[in-house]
Design a protein around this ligand. Structure first.
Ligand SMILES: Cc1cc2nc3c(=O)[nH]c(=O)nc-3n(C[C@H](O)[C@H](O)[C@H](O)COP(=O)(O)OP(=O)(O)OC[C@H]3O[C@@H](n4cnc5c(N)ncnc54)[C@H](O)[C@@H]3O)c2cc1C
Length: 244
């Protein structure tokens, strides 16, 4: 485990019409810091202004999946949703470029297996974080097996990484996007409804060996695990989940 301080270098916000935004932000890994990780792992982040309620001398840290890829070193990226006003997420969602962040990590056993014959990535909301890290790693390494991302959220404005994902789907014929908004507008060109409605159509000769990676809010994640195992009949051991 490595611990270091750095400063926010880039922020992209994804506003929701009826609630808090989600945010993608980048922090550089200072030179000389040996922070190496596997796609899927997470880091713990702290900010000087967020202290434990019970002990103001101690920083509160919170866990965040790393959304950048180790194939793009020197920088870490995260996607965050809002939390309670005294927590780290709320602070990070209102931080500005240049503010200092304390990073500890990497942690976690949710890791990309680079040798699967096919990949299905299932993400809802900020659950896209570990998935985009894995997709970036596979495509940057020119892995040729079929890769499908099923990504669900409520409003079109919450479509994180839109440009990058659509560029990757154009560039790599083995990468397919299935994007689902539950509250689309009239301009929306992707799927509408729930992730399960679209996932229902998944079929592949590799199905029994496909690695299914799943991440998102706990309530949705539980439903999706059940759907993958009971309805789609993916072998339980191939359904890999990051529970938040
Ligand atoms: C492996 C992993 C990866 C994750 N990845 C992501 C991710 O990529 N993006 C994302 O958005 N979320 C992610 N999460 C979820 C995130 O870690 C939680 O939402 C976490 O609660 C956020 O911390 P917070 O400080 O904002 O606390 P809050 O979510 O605000 O609150 C959580 C709890 O902490 C209490 N609390 C709040 N403030 C304080 C305080 N100052 N002192 C003491 N207690 C307090 C609250 O009362 C509540 O009980 C991940 C979780 C895990 C386990």
């Amino acid at each position: 485990m490595v611990e270091f301080k750095t400063r926010i270098s880039k922020i992209v916000d994804y506003p929701a019409p009826d609630g808090p935004s989600t945010r993608v932000f980048e922090i550089p890994i200072p030179s000389g810091i040996p922070f190496s990780y596997v796609s899927g792992q997470f880091a713990m982040l702290g900010h000087d202004s967020v202290r434990l309620l019970a002990n103001q001398n101690m920083l509160k840290f919170a866990s965040y999946s790393i959304s950048s890829s180790p194939t793009h070193p020197h920088v870490l990226e995260f996607c965050i949703g809002d939390g309670s006003p005294t927590g780290v997420s709320h602070c990070l969602l209102h931080s500005k470029v240049g503010e200092e962040i304390i990073v500890k990590g990497p942690f976690g056993k949710f890791m990309l297996d680079e040798n699967a014959p096919e990949y299905v990535f299932l993400a809802t909301g900020t659950g896209i974080a570990p998935m985009i890290s894995m997709i970036r790693t596979l495509l940057n390494k020119n892995v040729k097996v079929p890769i499908t991302l099923y990504f669900g959220f409520r409003y079109p404005s919450q479509y994180m990484y839109r440009e990058e994902l659509e560029m990757l789907a154009q560039k790599f014929s083995n990468f397919k996007l299935e994007i689902v908004a539950s509250r689309p507008d009239e301009k929306w060109k992707h799927h509408s409804g729930h992730l399960q409605d679209v996932l229902m159509n998944y079929n592949s000769p590799n199905k029994m060996k496909t690695k299914v990676y799943l991440c998102g809010k706990p309530s949705v994640t539980e439903e999706l695990i059940k759907f993958c195992i009971d309805t789609l009949k993916f072998p339980t051991e191939n359904v890999l989940v990051e529970k938040w």
